[in-house]
Write a protein that binds this ligand. Structure first.
Ligand code: GUN
Length: 288
């Protein structure tokens, strides 16, 4: 029997745990974790993402402040705000919503955030810590994907894992997380030869290709765990993933749907990283 991994339900349970943890932290320290989000310009998708993040933070008891800056804001003005937030002890997590306007040097902005407050896990120091196995901030989407995989199978040692996509936000950190779980990892991408054959080797297949229904049943091993990170809007307005859900589901052990799969876990891991940042900054052991 194939399992549908409903990320929305797993995310909901996890958010309740975070809410309880935040309440306990508030009772013991008198402080609540605080997340500051910086958004520059009017990109409509970014506005929706930021609203969702803010709502989820407030529901979990996390203080949330959104700094909405006009599209004309200069690099210096953005860096000045980040400097202020870095130095403010009341701010535990800083998230700069991407993409930034074209004239802004986005990597310089990402690198300006203190690694200890980088709840996105995009700072090179945190990405480096992921490589060395040191404790750092883990990017939210791959972290959420790993939690979903572990709902199906706790020990991934020795499994063959294939990640389709090599972005810095999803593909590369996902591959590293799976390597840290003792998987044998292949990162496939748009230039990969014999992609179907490569994917068919995967016991764990994570797809972040950005192409609707790209992965079909002939590309999936019988009994694989398949995680679909894609969110594509079809002409009829409906959302679909990078995996052809109908054909792949009967073949695999478990598959995430789109929507209600990875998406809700990403926001949940942002809350988790904010609490993690608060605890580390206040030298508190977490017991979630
Ligand atoms: N834009 C799209 N996804 C993300 C994300 O996870 N974090 C940030 N900061 N910007 C994004």
């Amino acid at each position: 029997m194939s399992e549908i991994i409903y990320g929305n339900l797993i995310a909901e349970k996890y958010r309740l745990k975070i809410r309880d943890e935040v309440a306990r932290l508030k009772a013991s320290t008198g402080k609540s974790p605080a997340l500051d989000v910086v958004i520059v310009g009017e990109d409509p998708a970014s506005q929706i993402y930021v609203r969702n993040k803010e709502k989820a933070a407030v529901e979990a008891g996390i203080r949330s402040t959104v700094h909405r800056l006009p599209a004309e804001t200069t690099q210096t003005e953005i860096l000045t705000l980040i400097e202020e937030l870095n130095l403010d002890p009341e701010v535990n997590g800083i998230l700069v919503q991407l993409p930034l306007p074209k004239k802004i040097n986005a990597p310089a902005v990402v690198e300006a955030v203190f690694p200890s407050k980088d709840v996105d896990g995009f700072h090179p120091v945190n990405l480096g810590r992921l490589m060395t196995g040191e404790r750092g901030m883990i990017p939210c989407t791959p972290k959420g994907c790993l939690k979903l995989i572990k709902e199906v199978r706790e020990d991934l040692t020795g499994l063959s894992a294939v990640v389709v996509g090599r972005s810095t936000i999803v593909g590369k950190p996902m591959a590293q997380l799976l390597l840290n779980e003792n998987c044998t990892v292949t990162t496939a991408h748009s230039k990969t030869k014999n992609l179907a054959e490569v994917c068919r080797r995967a016991d764990v297949l994570v797809v972040a290709a950005g192409r609707p229904r790209f992965i079909t049943d002939d590309m999936v091993k019988e009994g694989a765990i398949v995680i679909d990170v894609g969110i594509n809007r079809l002409e009829n307005g409906k959302l679909c993933g990078d995996v052809d859900f109908e054909s792949v589901l009967p073949k695999c052990a478990a598959l995430t749907p789109v929507p209600k799969g990875v998406g809700p876990m990403t926001v949940t891991m942002l809350l988790d990283n904010t609490v993690e940042a608060f605890c580390r900054q206040n030298v508190i052991e977490r017991n979630l």
